[in-house]
Design a protein around this ligand. Sequence first.
Ligand code: OOG
Ligand code: MG
Length: 261
Amino acid sequence: MSVVNYRSTAEFLHRAETEKREVLRITADYPDMTVEDAYRIQEELVMIKLRQGHRIIGPKMGLTSQAKMKQMDVEEPIYGYVFDYMLVPNGGEIRMHELIHPKVEAEIAFVIGKDIEGPGITGAQVLAATDYVVPAVEIIDSRYENFKFTLTDVIADNTSSSRFVLGNRLINPENLELDLVGVTLSINGEIKDLGASAAVVGHPANSVAMLANMLARKGDKVKAGDIILTGGVTGAVMLAVGDTVSAKLDGLGEVGFKVVE
Ligand code: OOG
Ligand code: MG
């Protein structure tokens, strides 16, 4: 049995991102890799980005809805990190030549006001520690060939994180039924997918609770000031140059971007 080298595997995945090149999934060489190994690789990848001067905007959750789990054929929620260089202004442009094979998904983001330290955190505790919620779209760009991966591959690849866009309106979560938000995802005026926010583990606040409880395993926590993507409500849709993308979230507003060469 071969043993996976965390540092060199992280460097391999980082090169794939910077060279915009899809690569063979790492479980092809390391089929016995554990979830713990995968998060160790992810940590190394995060360290590489931090050493380059990038800043973490927040941890994110992925594969929190049935739509996403079925689409990617992975049955378990995961976390990763989004960085400052990934943030695109609302209505701004995504440059295709910087990416491999990007897809978009509609999400709800949480702006955290107070630290949330697991284990045992509930959705109600998350809501009490949340300043605002914001509509969001995430652009995911798996570094793996044909966007195909297993649970451990996608964890190591920082959960396909690539770009994200936040809406302009900050909404107090107390003013909303946050599990009953209708969501549409449109490209060039045509609805490509739709859903309701309860698709995200029953309530998007539960996704942040799950995150706090997962981070507690490594002695970490959700921090005041973190902006947290709670996971795609809709399935992810492939992007092409020329696309104008818009997500509408009932009571939260609209968020979008254009895809250029
Ligand atoms: C993994 C990332 C999943 C989400 O919102 O479910 C994710 C992937 O689907 O490539 O960000
Ligand atoms: Mg996502």
